[in-house]
Design a protein around this ligand. Sequence first.
Ligand SMILES: [Fe+2]
Length: 335
Amino acid sequence: MSGFELVRPLLGASFGGTVRLAGAGGAQGVIQAAEASPGALPQALAESGGLMLIPNMDAMTDEPDLLVRLSRLFGSEVEDYRENLTPRNMVHETVPEIFVVSNIPPASRPPPRQPDPPLTEDGRFPVQFPHRRGWHTDQSYRRPPPDISLFLAVEPVPQGQGQTLFADATAAYDALPAALKARVEGLEGIHVGSSAGRKRDAVLAGETPRTLRPHEAPQRQPVVRVHPVTGRRALYLCEFGQMDWVDGPFAGMEPGPFGDGAALLTELMAHITQPAFVYVHEWTRGDLVVWDNRCLVHAATWFDAEHERRVMWRTTVSGNPGALYAGERKSWIAA
Ligand SMILES: [Fe+2]
């Protein structure tokens, strides 16, 4: 018995789950129990459709190594951000496996813009693409892509801002009309990092795409991914900021912001992010959210960076991308 209790789904969502350790809480207790039953939390994540909240992990903020220890349970490799081109100011100063997402120095990362208009026509918080922008799955511009991200609220902003949105791309695939399922079968998306000058805004602005080094090159990924643990199919896509809008967004379709590929991408992303498939996480200090990038997309939201401090820590776990990627060298490491 692992001693963990899993409550599904997450509040207000059709998927996800909350994990608590029966009896004593706290990060130390959770890690000891999880390391004693190393399959328990990965199994809970799979049973939760790839999204899991572990609350009350505040102690990790004083002992960041605990976050890395917990991350190691989810896969064979926890990314070391010294080994790639991540700017040093975005990496935790003593624990290089932690990527720091914060509006305060040294990371100084601004929040996304608010949707325009800020609310939907019926006065709701917008989640659906293209009204809501920024939907992506982490590091999809790499082959093999990563499996799982862990995100810890060290210093969250007040609720009502700075939420993280998650959409269930497995349920979205299942709900696709048959004709659309047939259209996406075997199709490949072309993904690229947002700094490559190939995102939609850059193309629309007429920017000349810069010459990319081999390890920055756009990468093709299947639009329909088969999950290596659950065997379920999920849509694997990003939108304006993390697809290649010069040669893509889809291989073999008319490219660019006004092509057939763009129309299909808009249709698919609007489908994945319809409110029925979305969970909105309001952060509380000490929340640890674990998500599976192989079957979910997510988006960050605006917060008042002039008046609020936000510090979040992320780790990225890889090692089980599926048979498709077997034996591939890492595309993002310079040869
Ligand atoms: Fe992300």
